[in-house]
Design a protein around this ligand. Sequence first.
Ligand code: SAH
Length: 193
Amino acid sequence: MTNQNEDILTYFQKLDRSFFMDELKEFAYMDEAIPIGHEQTISQPSLVLEMTLALDLQPGSKVLEIGTGSGYQTALLAAFSDSVYTIERIAALHERAKERLEKAGFSNIHFKLDDGSTGWEENAPYDRIMVTAAAAQVPTELIDQLAPGGKMIIPVGPPLLQELLLLEKDEDGKIDTTVLEEVRFVPLRGKYE
Ligand code: SAH
């Protein structure tokens, strides 16, 4: 394992998942997605770790996250990159995640309450993009907002079962897609539902 991956693993093991939950905290230790209200879930820890490692974060990375949710994945992204731009469409989740992550001491996270299905154009391009809700297809806007040499992780497919995709953009803008595994995420609302 690279040093960076070891550091991510250590951080992940110490990160208290229950800190990101207001209900069902007694289930925080389970390796399952757990409801966080508003029909949404805090992602499965092993998958959060896997997706974070697959994104290949660099200390200088500017990261876009779609679907802040509880802020659990956001914390991992922010701890191992330069800055994170995260979008959530549900006001209550956005507010709570912002409160928690500020309380945890993060100052490199930019929060936005909005539909993120077409990204966050104004701060593009991003070196890394993480989508934590399932789209019917890869949003073309997100591909456009990915920097040359950039990487994106996104679950794509119908509501019950999706393929977790890794998209890599080369210096000429060509996209290479790898299927990592089958996953089940809540739907990405908006243009690519
Ligand atoms: N990584 C988060 C996952 C939360 S579930 C966690 O572990 O807590 C996915 C989140 O995506 C939900 O909070 C949902 O409200 C949000 N979401 C769905 N569609 C969205 C959209 N179009 N724009 C922004 N957020 C969206």
